[in-house]
Write a protein that binds this ligand. Structure first.
Ligand SMILES: [Zn+2]
Ligand SMILES: [Zn+2]
Length: 224
C-alpha cells in the first residue's frame, strides 16, 4: 500500500491497483482489484486507520474482472453504493457476458471471473458521481463504459483506470490487446490532457505525483 497524497492510497494486487479515498463522511474506493480480495482490502484499509465499514461508495472505472473482481463481495459486506457507466452496466450486473475480443482474455477467463453485482448509480457521461469533490470523465475505448475520475484535491488527482498507463513517468496508451476500440481509447487518453490535475494514478503502472497533466500533454503531442 502506498500513500499518494493526503487521504489517497494505492492498494496493489499483483499487477493491478485499487485506490482508496478518505472523504468527510467515510471512504470511497476506486475499483476493487481481483476476485477474492475483499479480505486483503479490509486489511489495507485498517492500516490507513479506517475501517471497511466506513466504505460508502465504490466508483468503478470499468467492468474488467481485475477491477470489478471483488465488487459483489465488498458491496455485500459494506452496503456501499456502486457507481459505474451505463455502457458497462450489463456486464457488471451479469446480464451480458464479458466480451473477450482477444485470445489472452479468453485464456484467462476461467481464472478471472467477477461475480455479478448490481449498480446503484448509473453514469451517462461526464459529471457528478454522487460524491462531493469527485467527478466522472467518460473515457471510452478500453471498454465502451470506461470512466476516469477526478478528485478536486491536491491540485487535482486523476484516477485514470485503464484509460492510460504510465512507466518511468511516461504516460502511454493502455495495451492494444485489451482495448475494445483502439482509436477511441487513444482519443480518450489524449482528452484527459485537457483537464487540470497534478497527480495521476492508474490501474496498471506507477502513479505520477507531480505535474501529471504535462505527461498527458506529452502523450497527446506524440500522437499528432
Ligand atoms: Zn481493463
Ligand atoms: Zn486493468
Amino acid at each position: 500500500m502506498r500513500r499518494i497524497v493526503d487521504g489517497v492510497w494505492e492498494i496493489g494486487f499483483g499487477y493491478v491497483h485499487a485506490h482508496l479515498i478518505a472523504v468527510d463522511d467515510g471512504l470511497v474506493l476506486v475499483d476493487t482489484g481481483l476476485p477474492r480480495k475483499a479480505g486483503k482490502l479490509a486489511l489495507a484499509i485498517r492500516r490507513t486507520g479506517h475501517d471497511l465499514a466506513d466504505l460508502h461508495t465504490i466508483l468503478l472505472t470499468h467492468q474488467h474482472p481485475d477491477h470489478s473482481g471483488s465488487l459483489a463481495d465488498l458491496r455485500q459486506r459494506t452496503g456501499a453504493r456502486v457507481v459505474a457507466h451505463r455502457q458497462d452496466v450489463a456486464v457488471i450486473s451479469g446480464e451480458r457476458p464479458q466480451p473477450r475480443h482477444h485470445w489472452v482474455m479468453r485464456l484467462t477467463a476461467p481464472f478471472l471471473r467477477a461475480a455479478p453485482s448490481p449498480v446503484d448509480r448509473v453514469l451517462d457521461g461526464d459529471g457528478p458521481t454522487g460524491v462531493p469533490g469527485i467527478s466522472a470523465v467518460h473515457t471510452p475505448g478500453h471498454t465502451p463504459g470506461h470512466v476516469s475520475f477526478l478528485l478536486d484535491r491536491a491540485g487535482g488527482v486523476l484516477f485514470a483506470g485503464d484509460a492510460a498507463s504510465a512507466m518511468f513517468g511516461r504516460v502511454r496508451a493502455s495495451p492494444k490487446l485489451t482495448n475494445a476500440d483502439q482509436a477511441l481509447a487513444a482519443r480518450s487518453a489524449a482528452r484527459l490532457a485537457e483537464l487540470e490535475f497534478q497527480v495521476a494514478v492508474f490501474g496498471h503502472g506507477s502513479a505520477v505525483t507531480g505535474d501529471a497533466v504535462s505527461r498527458f500533454r506529452d502523450f497527446a503531442a506524440r500522437r499528432r
